[in-house]
Design a protein around this ligand. Sequence first.
Ligand SMILES: Nc1ncnc2c1ncn2[C@@H]1O[C@H](COP(=O)(O)OP(=O)(O)OP(=O)(O)O)[C@@H](O)[C@H]1O
Length: 646
Amino acid sequence: MLLKILKTQLKPYGKFILLLVLLQLASIFLQLLLPALNARIIDDGIAKGDIELIWRLGGGMLLMALVQADAAIVAIYFGAKTAMGVGRDLRSRVYTTVSAFSNQQIKNFGAPTLITRGTNDVQQIQMTVLMFLNFMVMVPLMAIGGIVMAIQQDIGLSWLVWVSVPVLLILVSIMMTRLIPKFTVMQKNLDGINQVLREQLVGIRVVRAFAREAHEEERFAEANHKITDISVSIGRIFILLGPVITLILHVATAAVLYFGAFRVDAGIIEVGSLTAFLQYLLQILTAVMMGTFMMMMLPRALVSADRIGELLNAPTQVAPEAVAALATQKSSADDVAQEAQAKGLDLVCENLSFNYPGADVPVLENLTFTAPAGKTTAIIGGTGSGKTTLLDVLAGLAEPSAGSIRYGALDRAGVNPLGTELVERINVVPQKPYLFSGTIASNLRFADPDADEDRLWDVLRIAQAEEFARNRSTADPDAIEVQVTGAAGHGGGEAFAAELSAAEANQLPQVHGLESTIAQGGTDVSGGQRQRLCIARALVKRKPIYFFDDAFSALDVATEARLRAALTDELDGATVLLVAQRVASIRDADQILVLEAGKIVARGTHDELLDGSPTYREIVESQGGQEALALCETTSNDQTPEGGAQ
Ligand SMILES: Nc1ncnc2c1ncn2[C@@H]1O[C@H](COP(=O)(O)OP(=O)(O)OP(=O)(O)O)[C@@H](O)[C@H]1O
């Protein structure tokens, strides 16, 4: 897999690699000549008192050393540029591939491993490429060239090369075979600790609420120990390497001097040749050592390449490269595209079923209904009855197992879920409201980057979030960045906000209203405010169909009533699907579908269902009965617009 990935990723850097190889060839050629010239200085210059030869050869050596160093530096520059480029390209390839995954695939892999693979695993490959580019030419040429040059100096000592090199190579092989499985475990443990940390940080409030800190610390300690243990066992193998190599180098040096001394004594070789032989042997062993380091990177890169390959080869619903294009292209067929501009569209489901992968029992079974344009269709049912799943399937976030869905003239069967056809038609307010780090305006413009300020205030007014937005002030992110980094702000100050205390942040210049900031996930606003901002976001761009998945659950009765009244005007003519737990939220719907274990067990208006559906009556009773509903109505009518909770 590593080779396959590298073949693709290195292609654009062919020119750099060619230059790098040429420079390394020049550098190694010069490096191999230096000991031979040194030998001549000793044997022909010093031994024979030829000062002129010493100056000439010495000057030549100095020049060659300078050229060799320059060539080596420029080669390293090209190597680094290529390796960093490969890392950048591979990261973005992983990103585009993951963007083309279905929701289910993302859930199956899991966020922690997707993050590790897109960062740490890519980093391993990047480092390996860097190492290989720097040493792939140098190691074999230096080793082979060194052997040839050493034999030229004295063939009688060459047995020392044949002994020391295989000893090093055998050691490398033993270490490699031990390291590969350990690196696989290491990357898995990295996923594991990421998962534990992520879960604990996201669920920190729950952990504290249930005083489970000790238990979570234990879980973290266990994951931490696992990664420490495997790192230590990898370290143990690595730690052997240094002393073993040093020992071999020193023993080889001692052996060359010992056996060489006899040969000099016997007049077989001269002192200069012995010195050159020693230098070549050290060059050979250095090359083998560099090769060892290079090979050490390989096991981890192989494991990382397999993990990245698993992502890159996963079947996606659409070619990853086409995702960005799909997300911007408009519906092609004119009549269908025009229809997306309609005020409302009949949403027709026939015999719709859905199974989660691996589950035997269908979560939705044989659902047939029409949500007509201009009407509100409500869906009510116990927890786990399939309401969210139904909206996910209708919104194109999950593939139906059977049945058909039509949005006006558009048939779901011919639609790419990552394309714009459904996005152009459907606005969704999800059950779990999510905001991005940025400002109120940037979050609202997520729906439509061209929306003007008047439109943003309009939707905030409808979503009952105007007062909250007008009164909101936060520290200017540019000023935060200057305060924390000391450098001019570039608009990324939200990232540094956590480093300031509340008092420090209050002292800084403030931004207000639409420009006030929002933290990642919307964690610095209340649940109800977050929900209202998400509703406002869904309203920014008018579309024919609206899904509200339990979208009013965090609002008090009076605010919800005002919001629904404002929505009635705004969504006039649109198709509305409303999932709710509270009967009070759906009582006025034109049609209510009662869902039980994935099946529609009753349908009709509130009054019809009260008469005809025991399940619906049971739900009403469980929420306090008709009296409670009447009380809700009175409360919401009595509240003045200023009375809503912020
Ligand atoms: N990703 C998933 N994989 C497998 N099963 C799932 C998945 N998500 C939900 N389910 C199961 O599907 C069923 C329906 O879940 P769904 O979230 O649609 O119910 P719901 O009616 O919206 O519930 P609630 O009112 O609590 O939000 C449940 O039994 C749930 O356990």
